[in-house]
Design a protein around this ligand. Sequence first.
Ligand code: 2F8
Ligand code: CA
Length: 133
Amino acid sequence: SVCPCDVDYYDGDTAHPYMFCTDAQSWTDAQSSCDDAGYHLLTIDDAGENAWADDTADTFSTSKWWIGLNDRSTEGSFEWADGTPLSYTNWQPGEPNNSGGGEDCAQINRYHPTQTWNDEPCSSSFSFICEGW
Ligand code: 2F8
Ligand code: CA
């Protein structure tokens, strides 16, 4: 399992848990850890979920956290790890920039306290947010 991770709920929806995991892992290891626990790496559907997830993550750590968004399959074509079609995005202006040619995984808190997203190398080890199905 991925314990210790704190479980929390958005809008009091206890049927739909989120886990905030502060044992830093690469993006692919984080995705596997979420999967092993029956979760997926976080998909952010709208501004409300983005604000809640970012605010909640900040109560544990204002350092970087992985989310499920990535363009590992096709450079420049970002997709959610759980297969949700991409609609809402909240990239920091100028991001994603694939800096150095090797940034295929999205994270939050590089630009804390703004709640914007950034792409970074998937091999970096960060905290990560898992979401239940
Ligand atoms: O200037 C923004 C830029 O800063 C870094 O690259 C120089 C970040 N990469 C790492 O920290 C590895 C980029 O993701 C970021 O876009
Ligand atoms: Ca970047």
